[in-house]
Design a protein around this ligand. Structure first.
Ligand SMILES: *Cc1c(COP(=O)(O)O)cnc(C)c1O
Length: 400
């Protein structure tokens, strides 16, 4: 297919700039203390007693799963939505635990709660992972109400919802333990990074002990981070983003199952980059919310029923009529540089590498979701012309 040259939107962006990188370098000279300060700021903002900053959301997941498994060694299964980010099964496999999938409720990005009650009877179930996919709030309160037994943990995957608030609750703080990702394309980014939050003493103390034994970034890895930061700060601009998209080896926007990744403490360079995290998150959130509202005013609906205020989406998910419509929209978007993305290519049971690890159960709703979902960009670089073009494309494709 012909490649586009010219203004091209990335599907998601929480941009950082030269001044943030300079702040990161200053962080290196301030040393470990700056990571601790970042963690303390997060603790007081999210009102939790334990916070740990690590190298990625995946790393956060593995550390949390190990801690939960230490508390309940006889339980080793992790219940996740059948449609979610491939990093989640990657982390479960890396942690040496077993993946269990729960079907999604039709027309939503959340669990099918009619089925979850059955799953919760499983005596080997260690934890359930409600997930705020694209920032859409999962119903954590409903899940908690179903789990009356105290030995199944709620691990809130707020990887895509750092700073999100729903019904007055800060997302990431509603479960027994929660996580954020600061990877690229998330609500706030330090090139890569992950945050663990918990207010549970038992979980918090085990994590504290385990974190103590984990290494930070080596010199070479820090240099790589720095070079990545420079590259990303430049390439993310829509006027330039077409250029890295031309380079297939950068594998932009591709999603892979991969259980081999490092687990490190966040570096002082990243903590330095995050110095103004609160201001940055609010700024991005406000810009995204404007775009989310504009898209909603065009009459486009996201999956799920939400009354009142709009959720803090980082991408605007839409279920289109069928796979053909999805392909047509993605192809046009590619040609026009509109930043519409297809989400994750399969439901989790459709990942090849997991074929022998998962049972024969089918998840038709999750599969259908994967086949029909597209996400619209709402990040700060999306302007009114872009939204107009996206809406035009949608109308022309008679998407519903
Ligand atoms: C991105 C993501 C993760 C993993 O975060 P990384 O920082 O990329 O490792 C986990 N869960 C969800 C839902 C995500 O979107």
């Amino acid at each position: 297919m012909a490649k586009r040259i010219g203004r091209t939107l990335p599907p998601a962006a929480s941009p950082f700039h030269l001044k943030d990188i300079v702040s990161g370098i200053a962080g290196i000279f301030e040393g470990e203390g700056i990571v601790e300060r970042f963690e303390n700021e997060l603790k007081s903002f999210f009102k939790v007693r334990y916070c740990f900053a690590v190298s990625s959301g995946k790393a956060a997941l593995v550390l949390i799963l190990h801690a939960l498994h230490e508390i309940c060694p006889e339980r080793d299964e992790v219940l996740i939505p059948a449609y979610t980010c491939y990093s989640v099964p990657s982390a479960i496999v890396k942690a040496g635990l077993k993946i269990r999938l729960c079907e999604m409720a039709p027309g939503t990005l959340d669990f099918d709660f009619d089925r979850i009650a059955e799953e919760l009877k499983n005596p080997r179930l260690l934890c359930v992972v409600p997930t705020h996919l694209f920032g859409m709030p999962a119903d954590v309160e409903r899940l908690k109400a179903l789990i009356c037994r105290g030995d199944i943990f709620v691990l809130e995957d707020a990887a895509q919802a750092m700073g999100g608030v729903w019904n007055g609750n800060k997302m990431g703080t509603q479960g027994d333990v929660g996580l954020f990702s600061m990877g690229r394309g998330k609500a706030f980014s330090t090139v890569e990074g992950g945050i663990i939050l918990t207010d549970n003493d038992q979980i918090g103390q085990i994590l504290e002990k385990r974190l103590f034994a984990i290494k930070g970034y080596g010199d070479l890895d820090s240099l790589k981070l720095f070079l990545n930061a420079i590259a990303l700060s430049i390439l993310i601009y829509p006027e330039i983003y077409w250029l890295p998209k031309l380079l297939p080896f950068l594998k932009l926007g591709e999603t892979h199952f991969n259980p081999s990744f490092p687990i490190r403490r966040l570096s002082s360079f990243q903590a330095g980059m995050a110095r103004k995290w609160s201001t940055a998150i609010n700024k991005f959130k406000a810009a995204r919310l404007l775009n989310v509202n504009k898209i909603a005013r065009y009459g486009i609906k996201f999956p799920g029923v939400y009354r009142g205020s709009m959720p803090d989406l980082i991408r605007f998910p839409v279920l289109v009529a069928d796979t053909e419509t999805k392909k047509k929209i993605l192809k046009k978007s590619e040609m026009m540089g509109l930043g519409i993305s297809g989400g994750y290519p399969h439901s989790i049971d459709g990942i090849n590498e997991l074929r022998n690890l998962l049972g024969a159960n089918k998840f038709p709703v999750a599969k259908d979701l994967a086949e029909r979902i597209v996400t619209l960009p709402v990040h700060p670089y999306v302007n009114n012309d872009d939204l107009g073009n996206i809406m035009h494309l949608f109308q022309e494709s008679s998407y519903v």
